[in-house]
Design a protein around this ligand. Structure first.
Ligand SMILES: [Zn+2]
Length: 503
């Protein structure tokens, strides 16, 4: 029975967010425990089930995943990587390993080191110089020379929001099987396309991504093509690799891979001016005005996204600017219903509410981590609810408090959680369905919120996921790059990064 080693490492690291993500932020599953923890719509599941169905022994190592955040702690990263390597060596000592298939994000960055995935692949490659290594990636992966050099083939998700994670894992597993059983010789071509684009402008259900993804699928139908991906990069990371990448894997034919990658790169470059928001989007004051007008027109609940400080896209989740604007607005107090606000990441202020339900408190909260974008709010209010170890968001547990002040029900979180589900509010005793205005630190609404919202407005607020990329002050990204620079020529063929076939 052939044996395939697997591991997963998923984190999207925002270099504008000063938080350093460490052990407490990650969910880590070791060894065989993964088999009892397989999730739907997960590339890990796609890899494992596809390989097992094909009759392989899957050797699990380490599976680490966290909500996007600031860069990852160096010691924690070394521990995870070291554990993967140690388990790989132990497996090798027990018998030959035939291939490695990994589930990676591709935009994890380590404080003081830089890229994360490239170094893991480099170490695995030096340990296993002669076996196929394939990986699934997030669509928002950032390709690097080190990743390119030490892997036989990547394939990225083709949907955003990501609904094809299982299929992408299965795709990576199928490339592994093709290399092991059918003698496939993967040749990979990478073309850099100098564009930074926010996730909110690259949903795959609308233009231009709809057409671009169709082109990828068409390319994958061609004889000899093993995989074709648009790796959209991650815009809130100021590093030398930040960019879109086109990545094509062809069987036995480098010229074919290069030709197809260049064509796909020219195509996405030709569409660069078409990336735009598909939801109503305004500056923060206009967004708030529109929300109150929506309430007057009976369009409730109206949702507002505090998009510049979106923890699910890697922001600190403790910026107070938009909340302060709402609390200071006369219309908030005379609304007749509390505005729901999710929320502020502040472990200290959250804990100050513990055991105080029903009591009045004066609290200072917010701007504990990101002290540049905004300042803390001090307000008197009532603790309406407190929950220990809430885990409805999936990955990590967090105490939550609901603090009412100035007409706003504010969720305070002890951990860096995402405001992805209406259940969080419901569990705290307030139902978004009955609210007039609901504010979440999100970009586009998640399906759960979307099902409730009568209207959705995105506020262009400040924070480390600020959607106006031109205001962020990048220092490391390679210039020129669109949209920071707009007046330059680009030729895809000049940006082709060859990878020689492995002997
Ligand atoms: Zn993504």
């Amino acid at each position: 029975m052939k044996r395939v080693l697997t591991a997963a490492m998923h984190h999207e690291s925002n270099s504008f967010n000063p938080i350093i993500a460490g052990e407490e932020d990650f969910r880590v599953i070791y060894g065989h425990d993964i088999f009892a923890n397989l999730r739907e719509n997960d590339s890990v599941t796609g890899i494992i089930q596809t390989l097992q169905t094909a009759g392989y022994e899957v050797i699990p190592t380490v599976f680490a995943r966290a909500v996007p955040n600031g860069e990852v702690d160096y010691d924690f990263y070394q521990k995870i990587k070291g554990e993967i390597i140690e388990r790989a060596k132990a497996a090798q000592a027990a018998g030959p390993i035939d291939a490695i298939t990994l589930s990676l994000h591709g935009s994890m960055r380590v404080k003081g080191q830089g890229e994360a995935e490239g170094y893991l692949l480099e170490e695995l490659r030096s340990l296993f110089p002669d076996i196929p290594i394939f990986c699934s990636l997030d669509m928002h992966a950032t390709m690097t020379q080190r990743m390119h050099d030490h892997c036989d083939g990547f394939v990225g998700y083709k949907t955003a929001p990501h609904t094809d994670c299982f299929e992408t894992g299965a795709h990576a597993a199928k490339m592994t099987i093709a290399a092991l059983e059918q003698g496939a010789q993967p040749h990979a071509a990478w073309v850099r396309v100098p564009i930074l684009v926010a996730g909110e402008q690259s949903e795959t259900s609308v233009a231009p991504m709809l057409e671009l993804i169709a082109a990828l699928r068409e390319t994958e139908q061609k004889a000899g093509i093993m995989a074709a991906s648009y790796l959209m990069g991650y815009p809130w990371a100021d590093n030398e690799d930040s960019s879109i990448a086109v990545y094509v894997v062809a069987d036995g034919d480098m010229q074919l891979a290069a030709r197809e990658a260049i064509a796909l790169a020219e195509l996405i470059w030709s569409k660069k001016d078409e990336f735009r928001f598909y939801t109503e989007t305004y500056d923060e004051q206009t967004a708030l005005d529109k929300a109150f007008a929506a309430v007057a027109a009976g369009e409730t609940p109206v949702y507002l996204s505090d998009s510049g400080d979106n923890p699910t896209a890697g922001s600190s989740s403790d910026c107070t600017g938009f909340l302060r604007l709402i609390m200071n607005d006369e219309r908030t107090r005379s609304l007749g219903k509390s505005i729901l606000y999710g929320g502020i990441y502040d472990p200290v202020a959250t804990k100050q509410c513990e055991g105080k339900a029903g009591q009045e408190l004066t609290l200072t909260f917010g701007a504990k981590f990101d002290q540049v974008t905004s300042s803390p709010i001090t307000a008197t209010g009532v603790v309406k609810a407190y929950i220990k170890d809430w885990s409805g968001g999936g990955l990590i547990k967090s105490d939550l408090a609901l603090f009412h002040s100035c007409g706003v029900d504010i969720v305070l979180a002890e951990a860096h959680v995402g405001y992805t589900t209406p259940a969080m509010f419901v569990d705290l005793g307030v139902d978004p369905k009955d609210a007039a205005i609901v504010v979440c630190k999100l970009g586009y609404l998640t399906p759960g919120h979307s099902a409730i919202a009568k209207r959705s407005i995105m506020a262009l607020t400040k924070g480390s996921t600020n959607e106006d990329l031109r205001t962020l002050g990048y220092k490391q990204v390679k210039r020129p790059i669109f949209p920071l620079d707009s007046d330059f020529n680009y030729k895809a063929a000049d940006n082709l990064m060859f990878k020689t076939a492995r002997k």
